[in-house]
Design a protein around this ligand. Structure first.
Ligand SMILES: Nc1nc2c(ncn2[C@@H]2O[C@H](COP(=O)(O)OP(=O)(O)O)[C@@H](O)[C@H]2O)c(=O)[nH]1
Ligand SMILES: [Mg+2]
Length: 373
């Protein structure tokens, strides 16, 4: 008897590129086709905005926390297999940590080689983040400074280099000329790979991504030539803060959309005012009862984005989660987050019942498996 293989789709891309939004859109479309979908999120720490966000959209989400997929490979496999407890999923969509690279050698090929009877690995697609791409990729050809360190740029480029196909994200916000320009720049790095402009948010271009996922021709599996010292230095420059807080208003409803947007904007302002921080991704989620809102800031020059709109006010206690990834000292980042929560709560007339925060710099990646070049 042959058992159906689970299609395994890894969605790559830098912090804030739009991976979670794309995973949500893909999950929606596959579910509408009657397919059973499992989603796996990943982070260095617990309390993930992404997990809550996708669960609140009704999806079946497993979380690998504590380390990236490559360093917790067995956890990734166990999480993927948990979906099979009720009924084998048709497709698993997995989002790695946005500062991770070398995923072909450490995740895709090991999964294929060790568990190829169970999983069919889709071609590897990587989302380009336009706000960072414009600066980092322009830096090379014209000798301009991007504002990012060479090590952070190194990770950004390596992520693009190993893709089987690339996606230029946020198509809804780009002009035709910007798309042409970004396409030219990414093809310098990844010469012959297909490039798909896509807007995970509006859905434009997502059909073309699904066609790539279903492409039966053998993926190229580009193994990187990568220096782990530079990679580790690039990751270690990031400050990582996960903060949770409970807030409440004595006698009035709380507008979750206003609260998340206001808070994420304030954290961004505090970070920028320190003069040291380069924002990679700030996410704030607010959960009241079963209603959730998410707001994001993805770079120092970006406005506040609505990740998920609650669309209504709630009463009672609201749980806030802040996930901040910024190139700056993690202690200073934690202070900025704590300060923003306190001052925004004060201004909005909210009582803060509790605050817990965890800050770190990601440790050196030590993959469980690595397929040599
Ligand atoms: N305008 C626009 N915003 C987007 C698009 N894709 C993602 N975003 C927003 O960008 C922010 C970061 O997206 P997210 O999916 O969390 O990025 P991730 O860190 O790669 O998972 C969120 O506020 C999203 O709503 C898009 O196609 N267009
Ligand atoms: Mg995400």
């Amino acid at each position: 008897m042959t058992t159906k293989k689970i299609k395994f789709v890894l969605v790559g891309g830098f912090l804030g590129a739009g991976k979670t939004t794309l995973v949500g859109e893909l999950a929606k479309r596959y579910s509408a086709q009657g397919k059973r979908v499992g989603i796996i999120t990943n982070d260095q720490t617990e309390n993930l905005v992404d997990t809550q966000n996708l669960r609140s959209q009704g999806f079946d989400v497993g979380e690998v926390s504590g380390a990236c997929f490559c360093c917790s490979f067995d956890d990734l496999v166990a999480t993927a297999e948990e979906f099979s407890a009720d009924q084998i999923p048709d497709i698993v969509l997995a989002e790695p940590v946005g500062s991770c690279t070398d995923l072909v050698a450490t995740v895709i090929l090991p999964l294929q080689q060790l568990l190829g009877e169970k999983f069919e690995l889709a071609p590897f697609g990587v989302l380009l983040k336009p706000s960072h791409g414009k600066r980092i990729l322009a830096g090379t050809s014209k000798g301009r400074k991007s504002g990012f360190s060479p090590q952070a740029e190194y990770i950004f480029r390596k992520q693009l280099e190993e893709a089987d196909y690339l996606m230029i994200g946020r198509l809804d916000q780009l002009t035709h000329d910007e798309v042409v320009d970004l396409r030219e720049r990414v093809q310098v790095i990844a010469e012959d790979v297909p490039v798909i402009p896509v807007s995970p948010k509006s859905g434009e271009g997502v059909d073309a991504v699904m066609a790539r996922i279903d492409d039966l021709s053998t993926p190229s599996r580009r193994l990187l030539d990568i220096d782990y010292d530079t990679y580790a230095d690039g990751e270690a420059e990031l400050g990582w803060v996960n903060l949770t807080a409970s807030v409440t208003a004595a006698d009035k409803p709380i507008d979750l959309d206003v609260l998340t947007q206001y808070l994420v904007g304030r954290i961004a302002k505090e970070v920028i005012e320190t003069g040291e921080g380069q924002i990679a991704h700030l996410k704030v989620s607010a959960l009241g009862g079963d209603t959730q809102a998410v707001a994001n800031v993805v770079s120092n020059d970006s406005a506040v984005d609505v990740g998920l709109s609650a669309g209504r006010e709630v009463t009672g206690t609201v749980q806030l989660i802040v996930n901040a990834r910024v190139a700056m000292d993690p202690d200073n980042l934690e202070n900025a987050c704590r300060h923003a929560v306190a001052s925004v709560s004060g201004e909005q007339g909210l009582d803060v019942l509790s605050v817990n925060a965890h800050s770190l710099r990601p440790g050196r990646p030590t993959p469980t498996h690595r397929v040599a070049r």
